[in-house]
Design a protein around this ligand. Structure first.
Ligand SMILES: CC(C)(COP(=O)(O)OP(=O)(O)OC[C@H]1O[C@@H](n2cnc3c(N)ncnc32)[C@H](O)[C@@H]1OP(=O)(O)O)[C@@H](O)C(=O)NCCC(=O)NCCS
Length: 173
């Protein structure tokens, strides 16, 4: 399941330049709550992901890089879904990497690792209803559309995959 053409490592404090550039890009943040982020907001976001790794040890968000050049292409993995008590899969990639199946490949690897390294019974995924590429990545990973919902103060489409559904998908592949 680990993607051969990608390299994925837990996000670290030293990733701030890449993360600030990613979240400073208007194209990347078009469908993200709050739009373009300042470096301070990007650092606050990164700090949240590091705290999540610290709390859960074996699950969280990854730095995703090209497996050959090691160039940063984006981030992917899980975090708390607002204050719901659920865990959500999320991702953002640099526009130069879009449309090559990289997001799908990285998200599947992150899901696999998250189910293996936790006892979660399901993992959620949310997107702006109009973010069709993101919805497609969730569906490519086996998540099912469940309902329109409201998280982080915004209206979103809510998707989910259970551990059983994930295991059935992996064993059928
Ligand atoms: C969402 C995002 C990660 C998708 O990245 P990507 O590299 O293009 O994803 P993939 O190549 O793995 O797959 C994208 C799928 O969406 C489809 N797609 C792309 N643009 C589309 C569009 N406008 N309408 C419908 N489907 C579209 C592709 O055809 C592909 O489907 P396929 O697997 O059946 O061929 C990327 O656009 C991104 O980083 N966006 C900014 C951050 C963001 O919005 N994150 C999600 C927050 S919820």
């Amino acid at each position: 399941m680990w993607p051969a053409r990608l390299s994925m490592w837990p996000l670290a404090a030293g990733d701030i330049e890449d993360i600030a550039r990613l979240y400073g890009d208007a194209e990347v943040t078009q469908y993200l709550a709050g739009g373009v982020r300042t470096r301070e907001l990007a650092r606050a976001w990164l700090d949240e992901q590091l705290a999540f790794w610290h709390k859960h040890h074996r699950i969280g968000r990854f730095r995703v890089a090209d497996g050959t050049t090691r160039a940063f292409v984006g981030q992917c993995g899980v975090r708390d879904l607002d204050d719901s008590g659920e865990i959500e899969l999320g991702y953002a990639f640099v526009p130069a990497a879009w449309g090559r199946g990289i997001a799908t490949e990285a998200a599947r690897a992150a899901l696999d690792l998250t189910f293996r390294n936790s006892d979660l019974d399901h993992i959620a995924g949310i997107t702006f209803p109009e973010n069709l590429p993101s919805k497609k990545v969730l569906i490519n990973c086996g998540l099912r559309y469940v309902r329109e919902d409201h998280f982080y103060g915004i209206d979103v489409s809510y998707f989910s995959i259970s551990r059983r559904e994930w295991q059935a998908m992996v064993s059928a592949a």
